[in-house]
Design a protein around this ligand. Structure first.
Ligand code: CA
Length: 515
């Protein structure tokens, strides 16, 4: 029997591809993540099926879309009796383990199953001195979460059965909000000179109402805690509450003629603002500094794992993947956070190194999705992909053997309509090699007024080649009528294929177009 590869799956939380230097943005330096890109493949169109933590994790584990695995929102926890990729690999002889962020629920009905060893943070977990849930109960672990999670992975590797392959999921909680860096990184990216995205001052003109309605704006919606600033004592006069049941307040915007004084929570330095745009850019720089500092710990800790594989002579036999549960806005369109099908939040970074099968230093524009991860692991492990899984193995893409991109298509559906933190609207759509069609269904078909204060349904169509920042909605443009109809047909076919139920009625949509 040929030797089966080990699989080391490293996933962080909310890490945008632009914040990995191998992706070429010039924002930061991640030498250890870049080792994977140099020694393997960088995917530029790996997409998430639902741009939010919990559902993405369910799709990765089960190889199914969220309307099938039932994990559509942050509050719908996984039924851990469902089959998952770890169970299949374990049955086939792999040693399996997961450490770090789980975020699929706690308790006997939701905790990890399919793993020989596990320890996970409850919910989002904490950056410092995290509590971790073990099979025999909870314990507090002194230290920094990113280091601790890696220590657990290394302990598992050192204690492993060397005669059997392993499947190890290393799930960092970083760089998730509230972006708390370890003190050893506090000197990095601190000069306030990080490049500002071209679309930072986006006015959301010509886009669906959802874009303007979202409470994900750096200039308006970040809290004192997010930015490492002292929250002054006081009520509404010092800032709007993030949500009524938390005491976190948003740093206010400047009123005309006003002045705002902000104190750094670490150094006590006071920053004084009288210009609204200067304040918005200060918030951007603070946010990005803290975000990139938390990523530096991830990069260093990926390096520790890669060094161990090298020292043990395991690198040739181990598939190493680095990804994140979705993308993240880093000031594009003026936003932080994710949730939307726009490219920055839809794209998952995906680096994979496997010297025995994947050419080094390569990139691909082929589209793959997180539902494809589980079938890929099983394919490499020589395990039959079960019929319930809806993804397909990415192996032809990873090995440069995929056919042309004519049939490439990603499906995304976000279900958490107007959550109280972000006010992001529910939507679904498809993205092919060139175009993206989004349907903001808002008030579902047949249920007018189901969401009081909601907006009427809207379509968005983007030409991702000509308009990579997705600033010009072509859905109503007569010149794009044929493209719209083609993308609508692709959406209908995809929803039928995966068994999701549309909120739109294509006959009515086409009739309205006069088609
Ligand atoms: Ca996430």
């Amino acid at each position: 029997m040929t030797r089966r590869p080990n699989i080391l799956f490293i996933m962080s939380d909310d890490h945008a591809a632009r914040a990995i230097s191998a992706y070429g943005s010039g924002l930061n330096s991640t030498p250890n993540l870049d080792r994977l890109a140099q020694g393997g493949l960088r995917m530029d169109r790996c997409y998430v099926t639902n741009s939010i933590c919990t559902p993405s994790r369910a799709s990765i584990l089960t190889g199914t879309y969220n309307h099938v695995n039932g994990v559509t929102t942050l509050d719908t926890h996984i039924d851990n009796r469902l089959p998952n990729v770890a169970k299949h690999l374990r049955t086939s002889g792999y040693q399996t383990a997961i450490y770090g962020k789980w975020h699929l629920g706690e308790g006997k009905a939701h905790e990890p199953t399919g793993f020989d060893s596990w320890a996970v943070v409850p919910g989002q977990g904490e950056y410092f001195d995290p509590i971790m849930v073990h099979p025999d109960g909870e314990r507090t672990h002194p230290g920094y979460a990113t280091d601790i999670i890696t220590d657990m992975c290394l302990d598992f590797l050192k204690a492993r059965d060397r005669d059997r392959p392993f499947f190890l999921m290393c799930h960092h909680k970083a760089p998730h909000r509230s972006f708390e860096p370890h003190p050893r990184y506090r000197h990095l990216y601190a000069d306030g000179k990080l490049p500002v995205p071209e679309t930072f001052d986006d006015d959301y003109g010509n886009r669906a109402a959802a874009a303007e309605a979202a409470k994900m704006r750096i200039r308006a919606d970040m809290t004192y805690k997010d930015l490492g600033l002292v929250q002054p004592e006081g009520g509404d006069e010092v800032g709007e509450l993030l949500v009524p049941y938390l005491r976190d307040r948003k740093v206010p915007q400047l009123k005309p003629g006003g002045e705002l004084r902000l104190m750094d929570a670490l150094t006590g330095q006071v920053h004084v603002f009288t210009d609204p745009q200067a304040l918005a850019l200060f918030k951007y720089q603070r946010y990005m500094m803290r975000y990139l500092q938390t990523i530096q710990a991830v990069d260093d800790n990926v390096g520790r794992l890669l060094d161990y594989l090298d020292a043990e002579g395991l690198s040739d036999d181990t598939i190493v993947i680095y990804t994140s549960d979705q993308g993240f806005f880093l000031g594009e369109h003026g936003w932080f956070d994710k949730r939307f099908m726009y490219e920055e939040s839809l794209q998952m970074p995906f680096l994979v190194r496997y010297p025995a099968g994947i050419a080094k230093g390569t990139t691909t524009l082929h589209i793959a999705c997180n539902v494809d991860f589980a079938p890929t692991f099983l394919d490499y492990a020589g395990v039959t992909v079960p019929s319930y899984m809806q993804g397909t193995s990415m192996r032809p893409i990873l090995e440069g053997k995929a056919p042309d991109d004519a049939n490439d298509l990603a499906y995304h559906r976000y279900w958490m309509h107007r959550d109280e933190f972000h006010n992001a609207y529910a939507h679904y759509g498809v993205r092919d090699a060139r175009y993206k069609l989004i349907y903001w269904y808002n008030d579902p078909l047949g249920e007018p007024g189901a969401y009081p204060g909601g907006e009427p349904p809207e379509w968005e169509l983007f030409d991702c080649d000509a308009d990579p920042y997705e600033l010009v909605n072509r859905a109503g443009d007569p010149a794009f009528r044929a493209v719209f109809k083609d993308m609508l047909a692709k959406l209908d076919r995809k929803m039928a294929e995966i068994g999701d139920v549309p909120e739109h009625d294509s006959r009515k949509v086409l009739a309205a177009l006069g088609a």
